[in-house]
Design a protein around this ligand. Structure first.
Ligand code: SAM
Length: 187
């Protein structure tokens, strides 16, 4: 089992969304969902993608996309705009849900059963980390993780790095998925 948690600072928390980009950069949420869950012609059934939306008008919202039950989806932005709007209107698509759980509650709950890793450029090199069976990876959006959120999550986990180059959040997810796929294949 792998999980990815994106902290979205400005992601809109109601269903008035005509453009993902203009709704507090929900396009980054879409990109992270696709990078987490989609293979060519298939879905990763062992992956869950979370987004903690902290934008107006009524944060927090926890958007969860579970590869185990996700169905009837494509990778394009318009498909996901509609799915997110439905989830925020409490009409969830299969495998997708929205709740009022805060980022802090989510991290605390996950830390009871999984290892938490915060993706940061100045963390320990990914290649040196011994991952357990249920890693949870936390990422910031285009602005990065707020200091308060980072301090909170580091009470439960450790920082890991993909190197000094700053990458898009979704690119980081692709790299982590690839790295763990290769590791699992060599076991
Ligand atoms: C586009 S980056 C944000 C960059 C932003 N300028 C900042 O100061 O954090 C989005 C997220 O991707 C992750 N990230 C980007 N590059 C990384 C790297 N080289 N190693 C680990 N995580 C990285 C971090 O979680 C970061 O918050």
């Amino acid at each position: 089992m792998r999980e990815f948690i994106l902290y979205s600072r400005k992601g809109r928390t109601d269903s008035r969304i005509t453009s993902l980009h203009d709704a507090g950069r929900l396009d980054i949420v879409h990109e992270c969902i696709v990078a987490s869950l989609f293979l060519s012609h298939g879905l990763r059934r062992n992956v869950v993608s979370h987004a903690c939306l902290s934008g107006p008008p009524s944060p927090p919202i926890h958007l969860k996309v579970d590869g185990k039950t996700l169905s009837d989806v494509r990778t394009d932005q318009e498909t996901w705009r509609k799915i997110i709007v439905e989830a925020l209107s409490q009409r969830p698509h299969p495998g997708v849900s929205a709740s009022r759980m805060s980022f802090e509650e989510l991290i605390k709950t996950k830390s009871e059963k999984a290892e938490i890793y915060v993706l940061e450029e100045d963390g320990e090199d990914l290649f040196q980390v011994e991952f357990g069976g249920n890693p949870v990876f936390v990422l910031g959006d285009h602005v990065g993780l707020p200091r308060k959120a980072e301090d909170f999550v580091l009470r439960y986990g450790e920082k890991i790095s993909l190197g000094k180059q700053p990458y898009l959040a979704a690119s980081c997810i692709t790299v982590v998925n690839y790295f763990l796929d290769r590791k699992e294949a060599s076991c």
